[in-house]
Structures are given as C-alpha cells and as structure tokens.
Unconditional design. Sequence first.
Length: 278
Amino acid sequence: MLRLSRDRLLVALAPAAVSWVRVSGRYRPRVVAKRAVPVASQDSREPWDGAIAALREEAQQLRRERLAVTVVLSNHFVRYTVVPPVDSGASRDDALALARFHFSKIHGERAAAWDVRLASPPSGRQTLASAVDSALLDALKTCFPREGAPRLVSVQPYTMCAFNFWRHRIGKQGAWLLLVEPGTACLAMLAGKDWATIQTVRSGHTSADNWPALLDREKHRIATRGGMPKTVLTRSALPASSALSARQDWHFMMLEPPALPGLAEGEREPYAMALHAA
C-alpha cells in the first residue's frame, strides 16, 4: 500500500513533448516541481518511441523519489469507440468483449494487440471504450519498474481524464467535448447520459476556424434519442477564433487549464494535460 506521504507525479505523454508536475499534499495539494521537455525526432517503428525515450530519462532522474505516478496519454496514442448497451445482467467482462469486438470491426487484426478499457461499468446505456497498444503500456512499466521508488499507479487516456475533470460542467441535456492538441482533435458527444459519438481527426481540423465545420459534419452523421446539445466544452492550447462567437447554433465554452497552487496562471498551459489528472 502506498503511504500517504508519497507525492504524486502527473505526467503527460505526447508525441512532441513530455511534461510533468509533482504534487505534494493530500488535502491541500500544491505543485512543488514541474518540467516540460521536447521529444527528439526519431525514425522509429512506433509513434511513441521518442516520447518514451524522453520519459525514461526523466524517470531516471527521479528514480530515488517516492512518487505515485499517473500518466495521461495524448489522444495521438489512443483509439476510442462507442459501445452499444449490453443486457442488464451482463458482466464487465461481457461488456469488454463487446468493446473488443467493435474495435476489431473498425481496425481489423491489429486490435488484438490493444489493451481495451471501458469508461464506466455496464449500465444498460451506451458507453465509451478506449484502446491503447499493449506495447506502449509495457514501455511505461519499464520506465517505472515495480522495484523502484516511483510507482506507476494509473495510465489514463486524455479524453476520459478530461471528461472526469469537467463533467460537472455538463448539463442534463449533455454536451460536446472538443479536445484539441497539436496535430489532432478529439470530438465526443454525451447525449443526456449516453455517449453518442466520438471521433479523432488529424492535422487541418485543429484550427479554430474548422471547429464549427467539424461539429456540423458530426451532428449530421449521428442520430440521438433526445435533443442535440449545443454546448461545446473546448480545451485547446491553440487560440480561439473570434468567428466562433458569431455561430448561434453552437455555444463554445473555452476551458482553462486546471489550476493548482504553486503553478502561476501563465505557467499552466504546457502542463494542462497532466493537470487534468489532479
């Protein structure tokens, strides 16, 4: 069991950068250290190899520190799908089997090598599933081996981490969640209490000028049992466009990086992904 005195290390793993904050204090958490390092370009087989190499160097510097480590994975490294409702008597294993089946339908044989998780237990509603390459999880474990002082306690996909952090901002009708990173944008929609859709798009769609078109296209692609929410919770390091306020059919709510004492407002952006695990 981890002692209460163990500080938390919140890590964001992304293709271009690895950032972390060290948080001390259980009841009054405070950032006591931070660091963001760029990822060197590598000609490698796996898209995360450069980020893992950078994290391994950071972990080596912290190898004597008693830390509970949580890693938040960029949406570059995660696949998502919406899983239909399972029978009320179905077990979690049954729901996971259904999620794996849906990933295999979409992605083929390569999905067999993925670690699949559900956002919530079976409840008779549509839910969200995430999939991460098992090789990436194995690589993370080598950065923080069991016998070391820092302990890897959690690995969280960015979308699920952000949803858990901001879910109090979602009304009864539901909302869209748009998470924009350099080179990728993840768009999900909660219709009432049901996950209705999730899509990850690349490159050109990350510009704020393209957000309404992305929402329009997804809105017309899906059908929901209830009304279509107009609220869009948006977390982006990229600047918003003034044209967004002119769209009467969408209500964009820009989410600021999570705040913790010890980290000034102007310093938060490079650590925003990691801070969602606070």
